[in-house]
Design a protein around this ligand. Structure first.
Ligand code: MN3
Length: 202
């Protein structure tokens, strides 16, 4: 059994004007497809074959670059597509909103902290909102395709929101204006999905 490229839950043009059609198409059909294929090749005929992606990442040998980069890439993009929606944006509600208020004081403060994590990640990587057992949330960032499920990445818990800040995620439309892309992302966050992930991860 091997991993399959997940279908996008909306059309390539659905997140316009915040994320453009061409970027979505290349990002999903080329980049995510590449991580998926390379992950399958990297685990073929090893004891990782048949395990869940969460199991693989939680117990990852960080010196295994092929599984680290492509397993991370497979998981991170799967989460990324799902926590966005053409009907997204606005502010979170319910328990996840309370957890965000407890940790950051307000939604606006959370937005500042998350945006800063995304803007200051040098080179390629991801910004995350994670939940720890007990329900406390934190913002952190990781390099390349690392993610909070992996050991020793200085970013823990279960990721419930993630933003790809690799140049391939925004350069066609935003060029070097990463902060504009980060700002636009808040208009497409699927808080309903983030809330579900908060409930199952807390
Ligand atoms: Mn990407």
């Amino acid at each position: 059994m091997s991993f399959l490229l997940p279908k996008l839950p909306y059309a390539y043009d659905a997140l316009e004007p915040h994320i453009d059609t061409k970027t979505m198409e290349i990002h999903h059909s080329k980049h995510h497809a590449g991580y998926t294929n390379n992950l399958n090749n990297a685990i073929a005929d090893t004891d990782l074959e048949g395990k869940t992606i969460e199991d693989i990442l939680n117990n990852l040998d960080m010196t295994n670059a092929a599984v680290r980069n492509n397993g991370g890439g497979f998981y991170n993009h799967d989460l990324f597509w799902k926590i966005m929606s053409p009907s997204g944006g606005g502010e979170p509600t319910g328990d996840v909103a309370s957890a965000i208020n407890d940790a950051f004081g307000s939604y606006d403060n959370f937005k500042d902290v998350f945006s800063k994590a995304a803007a200051t990640r040098f080179g390629s990587g991801w910004a995350w909102l994670c939940v720890h057992k007990g329900g406390k949330v934190e913002v952190c960032s990781t390099a390349n395709q690392d993610n909070p499920l992996m050991p020793d990445v200085d970013c823990g818990g279960t990721p419930i929101l993630g933003l790809d800040v690799w140049e391939h995620a925004y350069y066609l439309n935003y060029q070097n204006r990463r902060p504009d892309y980060i700002n636009a992302f808040f208009n497409v966050i699927n808080w309903e999905e983030v809330s579900k992930r908060f409930e199952s991860g807390k």
